[in-house]
Design a protein. Structure first.
Length: 113
């Protein structure tokens, strides 16, 4: 990927974010997640899993915006620009709604935080 996107808009940022996502996914895999945060049960393994998971869910939308910038200026990739922007904009709200479903103190449907 770094070789293909070696010039143009954001030649190093996009591949670096993708590498960060890959490393974080691999690093979080061996660590078992905790059953539910609503019961206050945390373990060291669950904390490590949560840290690397947070990196994945932070880097993923950022990489969408970086690649959107790249795709809208490149004719070969322009048709994916809109979908990339949509993915980048929708993934944080999807994450919020999934977190609120597992934690009753945060309600997604009525807008309370």
């Amino acid at each position: 990927m770094a070789a293909y996107f070696s010039n143009g808009a954001a030649p190093r940022t996009g591949p670096s974010l993708m590498q960060g996502i890959g490393v974080s996914l691999i690093a979080s895999g061996p660590f078992v997640t905790d059953p539910s945060p609503m019961f206050g049960q945390t373990s060291p393994l669950g904390v490590v899993h949560g840290i690397f998971g947070a990196m994945v869910f932070t880097f993923a939308p950022l990489s969408c915006f970086v690649f959107y910038r790249r795709f809208r200026s490149d004719l070969a990739w322009r048709r994916l620009a809109g979908w990339t922007l949509l993915s980048g904009m929708s993934s944080p709200s999807e994450l919020f709604c999934s977190r609120s479903a597992s934690n009753p103190e945060v309600a997604c449907s009525n807008g309370k935080v």
